[in-house]
Write a protein that binds this ligand. Structure first.
Ligand SMILES: [Fe+2]
Ligand SMILES: [Fe+2]
Length: 266
């Protein structure tokens, strides 16, 4: 039990602290040169999450659970701060205080939702809270399908308009994931009657197929951007970042599938 707490804490903090570090970089790149205060704040968050990431990587499965518990609290505090920073930036953009900046409001909202998700995971871990499996399946999928739908929109809007076929593919993914998200919400509203093993299993299967093909599209886009073979204003690290988030979602889907199948067999 304590071993599982350490393992799960390290998995979450290793994955998400790198993500938070990269968000700081993306936000910084989208600020105007004169926004020196915001640039400094973003740089500070970059260093904070880089240090957290290094510490998370240095811990082992043998680390004392009480040390990990304190570390999770510390990370939780840093994540609350970056969440507030992201919401502040969103407010500045939406009130037209940063004209000419290059951060889309939806992107800033998106990265704040990811911070909020990470913060909730840390609270769940430290409080030993575990959502019942049928609820977790629906909630996590609703969260991640929206994340995937947003990614497709960012890719479509950051590709050069002359990359017509890639833009079209990204737009198709955007529609596909919007519709999967609608379906997930419908399953959500039909709770608890909708939470049967066959329905949840089919839900996971269907989402997995789409996430795999989006993941492959992101991988191709990342490779093309790295090789400078396509025209875009997508930072290569952003391309890799959204690819890793799709991989993470696939891992979660597979874990759910395994628990669901184990449960139905038992
Ligand atoms: Fe992200
Ligand atoms: Fe994301």
């Amino acid at each position: 039990m304590a071993g599982e707490f350490v393992a799960r804490s390290l998995e979450e903090t290793r994955f998400w602290s790198r993500i938070m570090k990269e968000h700081s970089l993306f936000l910084r790149l989208g600020f105007r040169c004169e926004d020196t205060q915001l640039i400094n704040e973003a740089n500070q968050f970059y260093s904070i999450f880089e240090a957290i990431e290094n510490r998370a990587n240095a811990f082992t499965l043998g680390t004392d659970p009480s040390v990990i518990r304190r570390f999770n609290e510390e990370v939780h505090n840093a994540v609350s701060h970056i969440w507030a920073f992201k919401r502040k930036v969103l407010g500045l953009i939406l009130s037209c205080k940063l004209p000419g900046g290059n951060n889309f409001p939806l992107l800033v909202d998106h990265v704040s939702r990811e911070a909020n998700y990470f913060r909730n995971r840390l609270e769940d871990l430290n409080m030993g809270r575990m959502e019942p499996l049928p609820d977790a399946i629906i909630d996590e999928n609703v969260f991640f399908l929206r994340i995937m739908a947003d990614h497709a929109k960012f890719i479509s809007h950051l590709l050069d308009p002359s990359e017509r076929s890639l833009v079209e593919q990204a737009n198709n993914f955007s529609e596909e994931f919007d519709s999967l998200l609608f379906q997930a919400r419908e399953l959500d509203f039909m709770r608890p009657q909708s939470q049967t093993v066959p329905l949840l299993d089919q839900f996971l299967d269907q989402n997995r197929v789409s996430v795999k093909s989006l993941r492959d599209f992101k991988k191709t886009a990342r490779d093309l951007i790295e090789a400078c073979r396509i025209k875009s204003i997508i930072h290569p690290l952003l391309a890799d970042h959204v690819f890793r988030e799709a991989e993470h979602f696939l891992v979660i889907i597979d874990l759910f599938e395994a628990s669901l199948t184990g449960q139905s067999a038992g």
